[in-house]
Design a protein around this ligand. Structure first.
Ligand code: HEM
Length: 119
């Protein structure tokens, strides 16, 4: 029982850290996106620090950390909110499915970002 409490505590911590990191990624994604479409405005409010090329690079680089933090935050919160079933093998099955879904989506994002350049 004690081990499960410690695991849940750590999972909750990771889900919360991911939540705040995810929020930062969303803000960076929106601003860098405006840096591509509204370059003049973002160039001015960043005192000339962010031009379109940098905005584009930042926008593309944000996708993978955003996906990682989103998946960690959502899948861990889904797991923590799912009731624990008495039969251990069903809990392992649920954990396995959530981890498989997370790994598959993460692989898809990495594949799109690094291996399918230009469609
Ligand atoms: C871009 C999307 C999202 C952002 C930026 C986000 C951000 C956050 C933040 C900042 C918190 C507070 C963390 C804290 O208490 O320290 C939070 C809590 C939470 N979020 Fe999200 N979230 C997002 C999407 C989701 C989704 C899609 C779900 C559900 C599947 C979800 C489920 C939860 C739950 C259950 C909590 C409460 C966790 C707790 O009490 O520790 N979030 N989220």
């Amino acid at each position: 029982m004690h081990q499960k409490v410690v695991t849940d505590l750590w999972l909750k911590r990771i889900a919360r850290i991911s939540a705040w990191a995810l929020l930062v990624c969303v803000v960076v994604l929106i601003f860098s996106g405006w840096g591509i479409t509204q370059t003049g405005v973002i160039y001015q409010i960043t005192f000339g620090l962010m031009d379109r090329r940098l905005a584009d690079a930042v926008h593309r680089a944000t996708n993978i950390p955003l996906a990682l933090f989103f998946l960690s935050h959502v899948l861990i919160n889904i797991r923590l909110n799912l009731k624990n079933i008495k039969r251990h093998y069903i809990n392992w099955l649920i954990n396995g499915i959530l981890i498989a879904v997370g790994l598959y989506i993460m692989w898809l994002v990495v594949y799109m970002e690094y291996f399918r350049l230009g469609g």
